[in-house]
Design a protein around this ligand. Structure first.
Ligand code: SER
Length: 314
C-alpha cells in the first residue's frame, strides 16, 4: 500500500495534488505537511519544516511513507527579496528529501521544476535539452535541483521524477510571489467586477497551463513505467502560451466590461523577459504520452465558471 507525504501541502499545487491523490489512493494514504496548519484539515496532517531533517525522517518513519511529493519552494519574484534564504529553502529542502528517500529506500519522489530554469540564451520554443542561464535564484535552484535529482537517480537509484511547469492557472488556491500570477489575478478581478492592473507589459508571452492538466500530468508521470522515462531531470511540459493582452481579450468575450491597465513591475517584467515564451514538450509526449486538454479558450471558460460558483457560495 502506498503512503504519500506531500511537503508544501497548503500551496497552490499542493492543495490540488493532495485532493487528487486522495481520490486515487484513499484518504488515509495521503499525509499532508506544511510549516503552517491548513485552514481546513481534509487529510492526515503534520506540521513539518523540510529543513529539519530529523523531523522529516521521523515523519517518514511514523507514517511508513513510500513516496514523497516535495512541493515546498519560494517562487521567482519573492525569491529575489532574499536570495540566500531562497537558496537555503529551495535547495537544502530538496537535499533532505533526496537523502531520506535514499536511506529509507522510498519508492518514488516527485520534484516540481519550472520554466524558470530557462534563460535569455535558451532558444524558443525551449527544447528539452538546451542552453540554460536562469536569471533568478528560484530558477538557479530549480536547475540545480533537477541536476541533483538526476544525480541521485544515477548514483543511488532513487526514482525521482520532475516536470518543468509553465505558469499554473487555478481557482482553488492562489499562487504567491510568482511572475505568472497575473494570469490568475485577472480572473478574480473579472469575477469581482473590478478593474485589473497588470504588472507585465501587454505583449509579454509566457507558457501557461490550467491546473487540472498540471495535476493530471503529475499523476501520469508518477505512474509511468520507469523504463519509459528517458530523463530524471524536469520534463518540459506545454499546454498554451499567451500574452496579457490575449488573455484579456479572451476574458472580454465573457466579461465585456472588464477593464485593464498596465503598471509595470520592473522586477517581474525582467524575470518574464528572461524566460522562454513557449516550450517544446515532444520528449514528454513520446515517453509517457503526455497530452494537454485545456487551451486558453477552454481554460478561460472553466475558470470563470468555477470562480463564479465559488463566489456565489460565499
Ligand atoms: N509560476 C512560477 C513563477 O512565476 C514559475 O514556475 O515564479
Amino acid at each position: 500500500m502506498e503512503k504519500i507525504l506531500i511537503i508544501g501541502a497548503n500551496g497552490q499545487l499542493g492543495t490540488e495534488l493532495s485532493a487528487a491523490l486522495q481520490t486515487k489512493y484513499g484518504q488515509d494514504a495521503v499525509i499532508g505537511s506544511d510549516i503552517r496548519k491548513p485552514q481546513e484539515e481534509n487529510s492526515i496532517f503534520e506540521l513539518l519544516d523540510v529543513l529539519d531533517n530529523d523531523a522529516l525522517l521521523k515523519t517518514v518513519k511514523k507514517h511508513k511513507i513510500t513516496q514523497i511529493y516535495h512541493l515546498a519552494a519560494i517562487l521567482s519574484a519573492k525569491g529575489e527579496e532574499n536570495p540566500k534564504m531562497t537558496w537555503n529553502i529551495n535547495m537544502n529542502g530538496l537535499l533532505n528529501v533526496l537523502e531520506v528517500a535514499h536511506y529509507e529506500k522510498l519508492k518514488k519522489v516527485y520534484y516540481p521544476s519550472s520554466i524558470a530554469v530557462f534563460g535569455t540564451t535558451t532558444p524558443s520554443p525551449a527544447p528539452q535539452y538546451t542552453s540554460m542561464n536562469p536569471a533568478t535564484i528560484y530558477g538557479i535552484s530549480k536547475r540545480a535541483g533537477e541536476q541533483w535529482c538526476e544525480y541521485y537517480f544515477n548514483k543511488y537509484g532513487v526514482d525521482v521524477r520532475s516536470l518543468r511547469y509553465p505558469g499554473l492557472i487555478s481557482y482553488k488556491t492562489s499562487p504567491g510571489g510568482g511572475t505568472t500570477d497575473y494570469a490568475v489575478d485577472i480572473f478574480y478581478k473579472a469575477v469581482e467586477g473590478a478593474k485589473f492592473s497588470c504588472f507585465l507589459e501587454e505583449n509579454t508571452r509566457l507558457p501557461m497551463m490550467y491546473m487540472p492538466d498540471a495535476v493530471r500530468a503529475t499523476m501520469e508521470l508518477m505512474e509511468a513505467p520507469k523504463e519509459s522515462l528517458s530523463t530524471h531531470e524536469g520534463y518540459n511540459l506545454n499546454a498554451f502560451d499567451c500574452t496579457p493582452k490575449e488573455l484579456y481579450n479572451e476574458l472580454k468575450k465573457h466579461v465585456p466590461n472588464l477593464e485593464i491597465s498596465y503598471q509595470i513591475d520592473k522586477l517581474r517584467q525582467s524575470i518574464a523577459d528572461s524566460w522562454s515564451d513557449t516550450v517544446n514538450d515532444d520528449v514528454a509526449r513520446k515517453d509517457w504520452n503526455w497530452n494537454h486538454r485545456y487551451d486558453m479558450e477552454s481554460t478561460t471558460k472553466d475558470m470563470l465558471l468555477n470562480l463564479k460558483k465559488k463566489f456565489a457560495v460565499k
